[in-house]
Ligand binder design. Structure first.
Ligand SMILES: [Zn+2]
Ligand SMILES: [Zn+2]
Length: 213
């Protein structure tokens, strides 16, 4: 789908990235997840569509369901989402095609508290400030509440979370029977949802394959 907003892009670029795409700091525009499909998306079959609150940023997803879906209770997610916890669905960077507003984005790198496009970073609509996703080095973590039809049975089933992370930092108890990790999933002890204590002998085996973000 051609990006009809391209013509007023010059003004939008000033939000973050200057008016040229040739600078090193603008190279993100030519890489996934921000590179539009070169054929205008003809080979990209949209299974889901999402948009920010104001509608400036719109995207499609080519997978029926995320690679994984998790709730994160860490204090950074609580603060940055203004919510008791974050819901993130993991996709490959090539699974997303922005149909609008992919140059109208703002960044925030929580580790350096900077607004440069330094990974991993938070990505939001530069106009309405809706959080769009976390962009990791290898994957994206989308926020499913932006997706059309997410509140249908099909949406709930496809994006169903499988665990809670950083559960000791929670502000609300969620007794849903899902695994609750002290830190990152599969890389930290499990927490008993009834007692809030660590489950002894749940310390994971040291893994050579770290979770990639
Ligand atoms: Zn917006
Ligand atoms: Zn978090």
């Amino acid at each position: 789908m051609p990006d009809t907003k391209e013509s007023d892009g010059a003004e939008a670029h000033q939000y973050q990235a200057g008016s040229t795409t040739h600078r090193e700091e603008d190279q993100w525009k030519h890489r996934p997840p921000y590179r539009l499909n070169d054929d205008g998306g003809k080979d990209f079959v949209a299974k889901w569509k999402g948009k920010c609150h104001c509608g400036a940023v719109q995207y499609e997803l080519s997978r029926d369901k995320p690679l994984a879906s998790k709730y994160c209770h860490c204090t950074t997610c609580q603060r940055m989402h203004g919510a008791p916890f974050q819901w993130a669905a993991i996709f490959h960077k090539t699974d997303i095609n922005f149909t609008s507003g992919h140059h109208d984005l703002g960044w925030y790198d929580p580790s350096n508290k900077s607004t440069t496009h330094h990974l991993p970073c938070k990505v939001q609509c530069a106009y309405c400030r809706t959080p769009i996703m976390d962009e990791g080095r290898n994957m994206i973590l989308l926020f499913p509440t932006l997706i059309e039809g997410i509140n249908s049975k099909q949406g709930r089933d496809a994006f169903k979370a499988t665990c809670h992370m950083f559960y000791p930092q929670r502000v609300v108890d969620i007794k849903d029977g899902l695994p609750k990790w002290k830190g990152l999933s599969d890389q930290s002890p499990l927490i008993d949802e009834e007692t809030g204590d660590e489950i002894s002998d749940s310390e994971p085996e040291p893994k050579s394959k770290k979770q990639k973000r």
